[in-house]
Design a protein around this ligand. Structure first.
Ligand SMILES: Nc1ncnc2c1ncn2[C@@H]1O[C@H](COP(=O)(O)OP(=O)(O)OP(=O)(O)O)[C@@H](O)[C@H]1O
Ligand SMILES: [Mg+2]
Length: 245
């Protein structure tokens, strides 16, 4: 009996905790929205101020211009942080349609190709030509893949290889994205999917948590293998829709 009571109490506590978490999430989302409007007013006025100062010729006008520029950069950074947060916090409803995963991947690759080429990164593709259609929200999956590719790109500033593979078995379609960057140190690999974990100067740390959330919303999984000095591989598994067969 005592054990049942303890268990009930524990469950109640957990329910309260998750309710509170959801509530805090809603509050934070609301707060981020509220901050966005004054921030964009700030941005617009800084732009106008900049134009005013540009027209001036006085001795200090150049200095004033530089200061406004710095302010503008910071407000834009704040806007980015808020947008990333809102994208992460928003519990979106999936718009599921049948898609060819290879085509979806190609669209993401096309999007990043100019930048990737500039960094002398070689893109290698190895697609399973026989994939069944996959029921996904393609915009969200593209976002999820893009976050991984951007990370790969950032870790191969001096060139490297980006390998994108697809394969399948009866139960799932697998996407592997491998880079030849510096790899992820062992002591941080458990943290990379945590919200706001970043080792980058201007990283928000929402890229991988967003990716993970999107994949899990599709009932899929994401795992990482990495070797320092060699590179990193992210594997995504998306369930094959059994109704297709
Ligand atoms: N391909 C990779 N190679 C090495 N380290 C990586 C790789 N991908 C992610 N990481 C590590 O995981 C951390 C978290 O990645 P995540 O994408 O969530 O955030 P971020 O890239 O730092 O910032 P954001 O994506 O919000 O701009 C990175 O800061 C980096 O340390
Ligand atoms: Mg990132």
């Amino acid at each position: 009996m005592r054990r049942i009571i303890d268990k009930t109490k524990e469950l109640e506590k957990r329910a309260m905790h998750s309710e509170r978490l959801a509530f805090v999430g809603t509050l934070a989302g609301g707060l981020a929205h509220e901050i966005k409007n004054p921030l964009s007013t700030l941005n617009i006025n800084l732009q106008l101020l900049m134009e005013d100062v540009q027209g001036m010729t006085g001795g200090n006008s150049k200095k004033a211009f530089a200061k406004i520029q710095a302010l503008q950069k910071e407000t834009q950074r704040l806007e980015e942080i808020l947008n990333d947060f809102l994208r992460f916090a928003k519990g979106q409803k999936l718009e599921l349609k049948d898609h060819d995963i290879n085509e979806v991947l190609d669209e993401v690759v096309d999007f990043v190709t100019p930048e990737i080429k500039q960094k002398k990164i070689l893109i290698l593709k190895s697609y399973d030509a026989d994939l069944p259609p996959c029921r996904i929200d393609s915009n969200l999956i593209k976002q999820a893949i893009l976050n991984i590719i951007i990370n790969a790109e950032q870790v191969m500033e001096n060139g490297g290889e980006l390998m994108i593979r697809t394969s399948r078995n009866k139960k799932f379609i697998q996407i592997d994205i491998t880079d030849t960057g510096a790899g992820i140190p062992k002591n941080i690999i458990d943290k990379i999917f945590q919200v706001y974990f970043s080792t980058k100067k201007t990283g928000t740390g929402l890229g991988l948590p967003t990716t993970k959330r999107i994949i899990e919303e599709h009932k899929g999984t994401i795992t990482v293998q990495s070797e320092e000095g060699k590179g990193t591989n992210f594997s995504i598994k998306l369930p094959v829709d059994l109704r297709i067969y």
